[in-house]
Ligand binder design. Sequence first.
Ligand SMILES: *[C@@H]1O[C@H](CO)[C@@H](O)[C@H](O)[C@H]1NC(C)=O
Ligand SMILES: *[C@@H]1O[C@H](CO)[C@@H](O)[C@H](O)[C@H]1NC(C)=O
Length: 592
Amino acid sequence: MYLNNINLLDLVLVLLSCCCWTGVFGQLSYSISEEVIPGTSVGNIARDLNLALHDLEPRMFQIVTGGKRRHFEVNLKTGVLFVADRIDREGLCAKAAACTVSVEAVIKAPLKLYRVDINILDVNDNYPSFTTKSQNIKIAESTLPETKFLVLSAYDADVGKNDISTYKLSANDHFSLAVNKGDRVSAELILQKPLDRETQPVIRLILTAVDGGTPPKSGTSQLIINVLDVNDNVPTFAKPLYKTSLTENTALGSSVITVAATDKDEGPNAEVTYSLSSKDQDHILDLFQMNEQTGLITVKGNIDYEEHRAFEIRVQATDRGFPPMMSQCKVLIEVGDLNDNVPEITVTTLSSTIKEDVNIGTAIALVSVLDKDGGKNGIVHCSIQNESPFKLETNYKNYYTLVVDRQLDREADLQHNITIMASDEGIPALTSSHDFTVYISDVNDNPPLFSDNHIYVYLKENTPVGTVLKKILANDADIDQNAQVSYSIIETSNKNLPLLTMININSETGDIISLQSFNYEELKTFQFKVQATDSGVPPLSSNVTVNVFILDENDNSPTILAPYSELGSVNSETIPYSAEVGYFVARGGLGQ
Ligand SMILES: *[C@@H]1O[C@H](CO)[C@@H](O)[C@H](O)[C@H]1NC(C)=O
Ligand SMILES: *[C@@H]1O[C@H](CO)[C@@H](O)[C@H](O)[C@H]1NC(C)=O
C-alpha cells in the first residue's frame, strides 16, 4: 500500500514530464476478452518492452492502475501480463463500443513508465431482456390491415454484434413483425388480417429479441393484445318470426309474447333495447306496448277479432353503440274469436203496405243477418217469432225473403206485427230480434151488407109529405171509398104503382122519405128494393126488400063494402100476380 502510494506520486511526476518527453516511453496495446479466467495471459510485456527478465525483480517492475481493482498483474519470472481479477466489460464500459483499460508499467533505476492499453473484447454473456415480462397493447377490432404498432424494445448489455440483432414473433394469424435496423434495432407489429373481438378478444404473442452472438442469446416478452370492441354486430333475434295467439277482448296489460335479441359485441354495443317499429303500423302502436328492456309485448288497447283477425308486428332491436345497429323480427299474433257480437238483422220492406188480395208467394221484405264473429259464433239462423201469414224463405246464406204464406184479409187484421229472431251457434248463443209492421191495404172485397134481407116499415096513414119512413143502413167492412155506400130504389113489386112519386131515398143517408100522404083505404101495403152500392172499383152492392104497411086511422064513417060474404064482412085484397113467397097478404087486428 505504502509502495503503491510512492509509485503513484512518481507516476504523477512521470506523467507531468511525459509531455515534455514525448516518445520517450513505449506504448503497448493488448486485447483480451472479458470474463476470462484469472491467470489468463494477456501478453509477454517484458519481451514486448525489451526488458530483460532478470531485471524485472531488482528494478521493481510493476503494473500501476488508476482504479481500485487490479485486473492485471505481471509475473516477474516470466514477464507475462495476466488477468488477475474478473473483467466485466459491461461493468467497465457499459454500452461503449470500444472498451479500453489503460494501465502503467513502471520500472525503476532508471524510472521508466510505459502506457499499456488493454482492449477488453466483448463476449456474448448477456441475454437480451425486456423491462416487462408482458406488454399490453390495445387495438380496436376495426383497425385496418397495414397499421403498425410499436412494441417495447429489449435491452442487451452486450455491444456490437452481441447486441440485439433482430426480433421474432410467435406464429399467429394476425400480425407480422417489422424489424427496423438503425442505431438500435426496434420492432413494430403490423396488422395483417382484420381482427374480430367476437371470435378472439385477446391474442397472446411471444416477442423474442435475439442478439447476434455466437451462439445467439435471446429474451422474450409476452405481447397481450386486447382487441377493443367496435359496434360491428347487429342485435340478432332468437327467431326471425315469433308466433302466438290471443283471444279478443283480452284484458289490458296482459302479456302477449317476449322477444329476445342478443348482440355479440360487448358493453353498450351489446345492450339491446326493443321497440315496436312505427312504420305503417299505427293501429298496432295503439293496441300493443313493448317493454323496451325486457322485450315483453303487452296488450294496450282493445283487441277486436272483428276488426283484426291477426296482427303482423315488426319489432326492432337496437343496441346502444355509436352508431347504433338495429335489426327487426316479425311477431304474428292470431286473434281468437269470442261470441261477442249479436247478429244484426236488416229488414228492407219492399212497400210499407200490401194489398190484402196479394198472391201467395209474393215477396214483401228482404231480410239479411250479419254476425261479425267467426266460425260457429258467426253462423246465424233466422225465424219469424210470432204467428203470421208470412214465412221466411232462404235464398242463400244469411239472406232471406219474407213471402206471403196464406191469403191476407185486411178486415181480419189491419196490420201484422212481425218479429224476426236471429240467433248464432255460439255457446252461449247470442240472439237479436227485429220488429216491424206490415200494413194491409184495402181492396173492395166486401159489399155493403144489410143486417137483414127484409125491412118492415109501418106507417100511419095521412102522415105528412116529407116524413122519413125509415132510415136504412148497409155496412161495408171495407174502408174509405170501398165502404162509402150510396142507396137507391131499384124496383117495386107492383109495376103499376108510381113508386117514384110516392117515396124517395136520400142516397147518402139512406133516409126513405114520403112524397105523398098515404091513405090506408086506398093502399094498404107496398114493397120495393133498395140497393146499397159502395164506391169501390168495381163497385159491390147488395139489395134489401123494404115492405111498407100503411096503418089505419079512424078517418072514415063506417060503410059496408060490397060484395058481402055469407060468413061476415071480409076485406078483399088484391094480390099482385108477381107476389113472392112470403108476400104479406093481410094482417089481423090493428097494431102499430
Ligand atoms: C201491433 O203493434 C201495435 C203497436 O205496438 C199494437 O197497437 C197492435 O195491437 C199490434 N197488433 C197485433 C196484431 O199484435
Ligand atoms: C139486386 O136487384 C137487381 C134488380 O132486381 C138485380 O139485378 C141484382 O142482381 C140484385 N142484386 C143482388 C146482389 O141480389
